[in-house]
Design a protein around this ligand. Structure first.
Ligand SMILES: Nc1nc2c(ncn2[C@@H]2O[C@H](COP(=O)(O)OP(=O)(O)OP(=O)(O)O)[C@@H](O)[C@H]2O)c(=O)[nH]1
Ligand SMILES: [Mg+2]
Length: 342
């Protein structure tokens, strides 16, 4: 039985996303609260859509609505054949299509446009797009060190993403340190150390087999530890689970948040594979990179929205100083409507 994880701001939001992604055969087999106050559902897909709503012995959602309401989704609404739209909406549909937006999303966002209101249709469409996303919160907590780990496929932009985040934090005067689990690949640590030195920040390698705890990662005296990983899912997941367990055992004032780095150029099958390989890490969110390398960023963005995975940052270039942007509803709307960030 394959388990898919769907995240939402609350139970209803997560259920809506589960239904959209997996249709009426989606069966909720578990749920848990996330550290940002959202909820993650464990969902399996019942191909026949005819088995009992909740599998026997499976955990049920703790709060209302009732289990039967929770897990059995109504039939997917048939997509209306597109009727002739007013010229402006037709133009917006064309723009959305050019950025890779699916027909289903086009219909959905255009259905939000109400004529005769003061708000311009393009703003209404932008708002509808922006509200489909969850933005990752990165709150500063007094007396707490945050470890931000970037995980993801090889070459997705983890190391450069960390350096870009580091540069932003240094500009903001936040004490930080880099640490890397990628100590075996030739040149990987040297690359990180060189950039860290340019930012006047310490970088430390954490070799395979080294204990992972608050001392070894260098949490003391830092607001943030930026942790690089290897891109090998099994190894990275095992090491991050070990670090989380040790931090909990030490009752360390350290919070580990793992973010999945997804290039906007990935095909759906590769995204699914990345999600299933790293999905057990209780991901806090994702970072979308290489937005400058595709005119169709909507593919990856729709997928992330359907999963309810919060987005932290958007990257649209190799420039370490200027190409990392905090995700906002407006920036996401831009990507759907213009294919790039303003
Ligand atoms: N065009 C473009 N290139 C990017 C972006 N982000 C990263 N890159 C490039 O992608 C390549 C791989 O980036 P890395 O940061 O080394 O990727 P990684 O995930 O750490 O790779 P491994 O450590 O090998 O798994 C580098 O050439 C980066 O400059 C981006 O947003 N746009
Ligand atoms: Mg790397």
């Amino acid at each position: 039985m394959q388990i898919h994880r769907i995240r939402g701001n609350d139970l209803n939001d997560a259920l809506r996303r589960a239904k959209r992604t997996h249709g009426e055969g989606a069966v909720v087999v578990g749920h848990e609260r996330t550290s940002d106050g959202g909820i993650t559902l464990a969902v399996t897909v019942d191909q026949s859509a005819a088995v009992p709503a909740v599998e026997s012995g499976a955990p049920k959602p703790a709060r209302s609505p009732k289990p039967a309401d929770v897990v059995r989704f109504p039939k997917a609404e048939a997509t209306e054949p597109p009727t002739k739209r007013p010229a402006l909406l037709e133009e917006l549909a064309g723009r959305l299509s050019a950025t890779g937006t699916s027909q289903e999303w086009i219909e959905r966002v255009l259905s939000n446009v109400e004529e005769g209101t003061e708000e311009h249709p393009i703003d209404q469409v932008g708002n509808a797009i922006g509200s489909a996303f969850r933005i990752a919160k990165l709150p500063k907590a007094q007396g707490l060190t945050r470890v931000l780990a970037l995980v993801g496929p090889t070459g997705s932009g983890k190391t450069s993403g960390l350096i870009k985040i580091g540069a932003r934090l240094v500009r903001g005067g936040h004490p930080l340190r880099f640490a890397s689990l990628d100590s075996r690949r030739v040149g990987a640590v040297e690359q990180l150390e060189a950039y860290a030195a340019a930012l006047r920040v310490e970088a430390r390698a954490l070799p395979d087999g080294a204990d992972l705890n608050q001392q070894s990662i260098g949490a003391a005296g830092c607001e943030v530890v930026l942790l690089d990983t290897t891109g090998r899912p099994q190894q990275d997941c095992a090491r991050l689970v070990e670090l989380r367990r040790n931090l909990e055992a030490e009752e360390a004032k350290v919070e580990l948040s793992s973010f999945l780095v997804l290039p906007a150029t990935l095909h759906r099958a590769a995204m699914q594979s990345a999600i299933s390989q790293f999905g057990d890490l209780r991901l806090a969110g994702c970072v979308i990179t290489k937005l400058d390398e595709t005119p169709e960023p909507a593919h990856v963005l729709e997928y992330v929205a359907e999963l309810g995975l919060p987005i932290a940052f958007l990257s649209d270039g190799r420039d370490l100083g200027r190409s990392l942007h905090r995700a906002t509803p407006e920036a996401l709307a831009d990507l759907f409507l213009r294919g790039k960030l303003s």
